[in-house]
Design a protein. Sequence first.
Length: 132
Amino acid sequence: LNDTLEIYDTSLLNTITGASLSTSATDWYDELTLPAGKYHIMAVANVEFSASGYIALGLMDSTTPKSAQMVIGDNASSFAGGSVTSISSYFELSGNTVLNFEIRAVSNVDTVANQGNTVSEFTSILITKLAT
């Protein structure tokens, strides 16, 4: 819980002036810093499970949610009825803000060693800065 689901990208595209991304390892991004402004996020994710389970994720500023939460897995409804499997949210920042794709709840998510290529091939985030 409260860990970051990192995003893999070998050819990252960042066109938001003043934005930056941090890596935890080569091509694995664990946080981004965005300048003040209005934004729209679209995100999808996938992970491997060791048994029937779920994972809940959301874009976070420290402990403050900045997006809706997605819940994926074959047992997602046990965590949240009517759960969504992707994120499409609007948010506004008043200044430079560090954000991460935070794991909010888990059940039977397999170990990092057993994830294979699933996270790197099926997890992505698109953030668009909106005109003010």
